[in-house]
Design a protein around this ligand. Structure first.
Ligand SMILES: Nc1ncnc2c1ncn2[C@@H]1O[C@H](COP(=O)(O)OP(=O)(O)OP(=O)(O)O)[C@@H](O)[C@H]1O
Ligand SMILES: [Mg+2]
Length: 606
């Protein structure tokens, strides 16, 4: 082959000297391997604290100087290491945690590779001081960048102290890339908290430049869990505790409003090991679907326990990723546990009047209210559209007057009685302890969505055949997508099929979306589907389609509403799940308490 580029054509094979293949020295092998395991001071702390946990310690102390650059010392009161095994502790591929090949498939310790201490020793000046409970004294062994001395008798308590000085002293490139002491220390304390959360039976302390900055006593699980969360999250954590025959899921999940653009407040543990896992993160997000804005990560502390043989922990150099044998089971378990918890909880403490905030309607109450209202409105969502009025509110017949005899006042919170519409967009009502402001579109959208979901779960949505099918251009990926979602579209009342490589025809369309242009609707749906990077599963797709339908069919900002419609809308708010947020996760309701008003008007001393 001829190369025209000068630097390539000038590359002459014969001028490149070839060296013979050589076995690397063990010290160099370790230094290279250390690059994988030890990225920064926090990695050292992680490995050493994991070792202390594996050694059965009940107290672990971590001492840091200069962000870990000068010194890291981990002291534990665990089992200790016998003097004659100290050189092996620093050797690579040497571990007490795997005794046979088969053990690799049922790991129940944090460590298993026999690699961490060798790696740390290869890139620092490290020492192990250790004493077994039945030994008269301790022994110490030093390792200077891979040069390991003989163990010497020394004074020391039962347990193990590992000291690591001058990290990366012999790998200057790594040392240069370390960030400032504050940043590195931040990583260290975050790492320690992650390790401490699933181990409330161990007390921890963290000392930075001689000052104790963190102290975690032995405590109850729940108290320890919240140690990792910002203080104001603590109160609002919703406890999870579900288990099947083999898997248990415990922890806390945060109110939807605590979701953040990054997954900073998410702590996931598998059998006590902090892990990152995009399936679990996805399951969590799905559980919050419709309660948080897309792309936001809910706050959660999830502790999953399962038989070690059902998960492979040997897939990542820092052991922070795992592979589940049956990931869809874990996904389903987490998603449904989270969803169920959220449905049973009051989610918007600052946007719901106290009357309902303190006691969200029980299922039986809710059912009764729903039945009574349904009786009044005949049906909460007529299958055929209401008489042509603008705006059409399919779930609330616009012309129904409220009969005087309708027994609303007793069971319903006050806010539904007098409410006014402002700027044809917001509803303002008095609540038990102040006032609430409702975004009419967002609330109606949620009501429609819940109604549609209930209908689809009972059967197919009613649709109308178009006299003349309408067509839209769609090719390639969009055609594939259509084929995939055809059965789902049918369930929601849309019949559409390819009529050649570049076009699609719509044959029927849901009755209640009569006001919408079918071509516009399907075009938008296919466009959105095409932009998804991860192929959504059938359930996600169904939600997506229902979201779109609800959004398009709901009253809009700017639509005037009659007093009857306003009342009906507010009444329905108490009958549906997740009324606090629209299906896109934005709030439907904001609350202002009398106390807030007094504060703003400076009527009190606050
Ligand atoms: N704090 C400690 N207390 C008691 N024994 C320890 C302690 N730290 C290390 N050891 C012993 O030294 C061995 C080597 O530790 P190292 O961290 O290098 O490997 P590992 O924990 O077995 O596996 P991994 O490389 O996955 O961490 C351990 O298997 C354990 O027997
Ligand atoms: Mg280890």
């Amino acid at each position: 082959m001829q190369f025209s580029h000068p630097s390539i054509s000038g590359y002459n094979r014969s001028t490149v000297p070839r060296n013979s293949i050589q076995q690397l020295s063990p010290a160099l092998v370790n230094r290279i391997a250390a690059g994988e395991v030890i990225e920064r001071p926090a990695s050292v702390v992680k490995e050493l604290v994991e070792n202390s946990i594996d050694a059965g310690a009940t107290h672990i102390s971590v001492e840091i100087e200069d962000g870990g650059r000068i010194l890291m010392r981990i002291v534990d009161d665990g089992s200790g290491i016998p003097a004659d095994e100290l050189p092996l502790a620093f050797a690579s591929h040497a571990t007490s945690k795997l005794q046979s090949d088969a053990d690799l498939s049922r790991i129940n310790t944090m460590g298993f590779r026999g690699e961490a201490l060798a790696s740390i020793g290869a890139v620092s000046q490290a020492s192990i001081l250790s004493r077994m409970a039945d030994a008269p004294n301790a022994y110490e062994i030093n390792n200077r960048g891979g040069q390991i001395d003989q163990p010497q008798a020394a004074a020391g308590n039962v347990g193990t102290t590992i000291t690591v000085r001058n990290l990366f002293f012999n790998t200057p490139a790594r040392r240069k890339f370390l960030k400032g002491a504050g940043t590195e220390f931040g990583h260290i304390s975050e790492t320690l908290i992650r390790l401490a959360i699933p181990h409330p039976e161990i007390s921890f302390e963290l000392i930075n430049n001689g000052k104790r900055v963190l102290e975690l006593a032995r405590e109850k699980s729940q108290t320890r869990w919240i140690a990792g969360w910002p203080e104001d999250f603590a109160e609002s954590g919703l406890p999870l505790d579900v288990r099947d025959a083999e898997i248990s899921l415990t922890g806390l999940i945060g109110q939807p409003e605590l979701a953040r653009p990054i997954a900073k407040n998410q702590y996931i543990f598998l059998n006590g090991r902090p892990i990152r896992d995009r399936f679990i993160q996805h399951a969590l997000r799905e559980g919050y679907r419709g309660l948080t804005e897309p792309g936001r990560h809910p706050a959660a502390i999830l502790l999953i326990s399962m038989p070690p043989q059902d998960v492979d922990v040997n897939v990542h150099p820092t052991k922070s990723e795992v592979r589940f044998r049956d990931s869809s089971r874990i996904h389903g378990l987490i998603m449904s546990a989270v969803r169920e918890k959220l449905l049973g909880s009051n989610l918007v403490p600052l946007a719901v009047p106290r009357l309902s905030a303190s006691a969200p309607p029980q299922d039986s109450e809710r059912k009764e209210l729903r039945e009574r209202l349904a009786e009044f409105f005949k049906s909460s969502l007529p299958d055929s559209p209401p008489a042509a009025t603008v705006p059409a509110m399919p779930s609330i017949p616009p012309s129904s007057p409220l009969p005087a005899a309708f027994p609303l006042p007793t069971p319903f919170p006050r806010e539904i009685i007098p409410a006014i519409q402002l700027h044809n967009s917001y509803l303002v009502a008095e609540s038990d302890d102040g006032l609430i402001i409702i975004d009419q579109h967002a609330l109606h959208e949620r009501i429609m969505y819940e109604d549609l979901l209930a209908r689809v779960s009972r059967g197919t949505l009613e649709s109308q055949r178009l006299l003349i099918p309408v067509t839209l251009p769609a090719a390639g990926r969009q055609q594939e997508l259509l084929e995939q979602i055809q059965p789902l579209l049918k369930r929601v009342g849309i019949e559409a099929a390819s009529i050649g490589p570049d076009a699609v025809a719509i044959h029927s369309f849901p009755t209640f979306l009569q006001r919408l242009d079918p071509v516009e609707f399907l075009t938008e749906l296919l466009d959105r589907g095409e932009q998804e990077t991860v192929a959504p599963n059938q359930e996600e797709l169904l939600h997506e389609v229902l979201d779109m339908m609800a959004c398009k069919a709901a009253v809009k900002a700017g639509d005037p509403l009659s007093p009857t419609e306003i009342d009906a809308l507010l009444a329905q708010r108490h009958l549906i799940d997740r009324s606090s947020n629209c299906p896109h996760g934005r709030p439907t309701t904001l609350r202002m308490t009398l106390r807030d008003l007094e504060k703003q008007f400076k009527r009190t001393g606050f």
